[in-house]
Design a protein around this ligand. Structure first.
Ligand code: FMN
Length: 248
């Protein structure tokens, strides 16, 4: 067995500055659709972000992902076409007022962003039996989603915007990128430098939905068991921290 050294004792806890950097990245990450600049992404930057994605946790350490880096305008055009088709269908699924609002939203930046990346999941990568996927069969898919989140956060730390486009029929995406039938496309991401990042989710400012208060989402011991802040100090702490990390 390979030797596994413990990390340095001084890295047991990160410094205040290091933690601030992490929270800054998390809270300043945005889904970017409309502010892409054409500036190329240097290979060293993209390489770091891809390494961050590759170091995501994965069930049984199966690392089921691949990263299809799309720079070809012709391929992007195909994906964009698939988006337009799916988006038209999607708009019709909402009732009339919402449908009008939906059509006014910009929900992708496929052609404007210099790089698109498709993160996939190979469900057969390490054979049929995988540690941790024996009962919950979707865990490999969720592992690739972890890679997406790592990518998104590392990109933000590098000043790169990322927009996830899921309004595409899976089959159309597989065809556009020549992805074999047994590989699952998990995320199609538009990536590039941006003129600015918004402060809040665009769907929030567009009046589509609001951020749910965290304390509404907390249950204790049993599904649906909410406690008042008098009974449970965590609830009062969460309410007190409403502005986190702004006042931290
Ligand atoms: C699985 C997933 C799929 C998404 N698909 C789309 C999409 O097709 N188009 C889009 O504009 N945003 C998409 N988003 C981005 C969300 O709309 C966005 O994350 C949410 O509104 C919160 O905004 P924020 O990411 O800026 O905090 C997707 C996000 C996730 C996690």
């Amino acid at each position: 067995m390979e030797k596994n050294q413990p990390q340095n004792q001084e890295d047991l806890f990160f410094s205040q500055d290091e933690r601030s950097g992490l929270y800054k990245t998390i809270f300043n990450r945005r889904d970017v659709r409309g502010q892409f600049k054409p500036d190329p992404i240097p290979d060293d930057v993209l390489s770091r972000v891809l390494y961050a994605a590759h170091h995501a946790p994965s069930v049984g350490f199966m690392q089921p992902w691949n990263f299809v880096v799309v720079r070809s305008q012709a391929v992007k055009q195909k994906v964009h076409h698939a988006f337009v088709e799916a988006n038209d269908k999607a708009a019709d699924m909402f009732e009339s007022e919402k449908s009008k609002k939906y059509r006014s939203l910009k929900l992708e930046g496929i052609l404007e962003s210099p790089v698109n990346i498709c993160i996939t999941c190979d469900r057969q990568r390490t054979g049929p039996v995988v540690i941790g996927r024996t009962s919950m069969k979707e865990m490999d898919l969720y592992s690739s989603v972890c890679a997406v989140q790592n990518f998104w956060l590392a990109a933000r730390a590098e000043g790169l915007g990322v927009g996830w486009v899921s309004i595409i029929e899976q089959q159309a995406l597989q065809e556009a990128l020549a992805i074999p039938a047994d590989i699952v496309p998990i995320a199609y991401l538009c990536v590039g430098y941006v003129s600015h990042f918004f402060d809040k989710p665009e769907l929030e400012t567009a009046g589509w939905l609001k951020r749910t208060p965290l304390d509404d989402l907390l249950y204790f011991d049993q599904w649906g068991e909410q406690k008042s802040s008098d009974e449970e100090t965590l609830v009062s702490q969460v309410i007190e921290d409403k502005q986190f990390p702004g006042n931290w």
